[in-house]
Every structure is written in structure tokens, then in C-alpha cells.
Design a protein around this ligand. Structure first.
Ligand code: FES
Length: 112
């Protein structure tokens, strides 16, 4: 995991079941990877409101709720879905390769 453009293993597919979340540190970028009904998504694990760790919040359906002030985010698009957050969080490319859920450290932001 030395270059930003490389894919790296975030979790074994067998360990990231539907409804589960895993977190990884990609060279100092904290990324949370989610399984939503068999589809994998990754977002930056930092709330856009006041930088709380999102993955310690409640993950339900395709949304994560920040544990500090309750803002909700889409884990699919990174969009902020409720106050007090207005800015999205970054998403990251995800793929499955050889039984591993892999993420690339390349931030993508939704545009309104
Ligand atoms: S820090 Fe996440 S809603 Fe305030």
C-alpha cells in the first residue's frame, strides 16, 4: 500500500457480510467499507460536520448516522442526508478480487 492509485485489501469477502462495516487506514486516510445487500461501498470515515468517526455510528440500510450529532450520510454516494451536516463525505472505488474486498485510495465526491 505504497501508492495512492493501488488497490488494497480492506476485508475478506467472507468477513464482510450484508449489514457489516470494516474500517481501514490507507496511509493515514480512514476509510469505512460497507456491505449493503451484497454490494460494497466505501466512504471516508470522518463526518463532514465536526470530524467525528462515522463508522462508530449506526449503519442501517444504505445510511450511516453520525454518533455525535446525528447527521445521516449515504454510504453509496457519500451525500449528507440530514442536518447538521451539509457537505458530503468522500467515496472511494471498491472492487472484489480473489475473495477480497479491495479499495483504492482515490477520493470521489458527489456533485449536487
Ligand atoms: S460531528 Fe457528525 S453530525 Fe456533528
Amino acid at each position: 500500500m505504497s501508492q495512492k492509485s493501488e488497490w488494497f485489501d480492506a476485508a475478506a469477502e467472507s468477513e464482510l457480510r450484508p449489514g457489516a462495516c470494516r474500517t481501514v487506514d490507507a496511509d493515514g486516510v480512514f476509510i469505512a467499507v460497507f456491505n449493503v445487500d451484497g454490494h460494497y461501498y466505501a466512504i471516508e470515515d470522518v463526518c463532514s460536520h465536526e470530524e467525528e468517526i462515522l463508522s462508530t455510528g449506526t449503519f442501517e440500510g444504505c445510511e450511516i448516522t453520525c454518533p455525535r450529532h446525528g447527521a445521516r450520510f449515504s454510504v453509496v454516494t457519500g451525500a449528507a442526508l440530514s442536518e447538521p451536516a451539509y457537505e458530503p463525505v468522500a467515496t472511494f472505488p471498491v472492487r472484489v478480487q480473489g475473495g477480497w474486498v479491495q479499495v483504492r485510495n482515490e477520493r470521489i465526491y458527489v456533485t449536487a
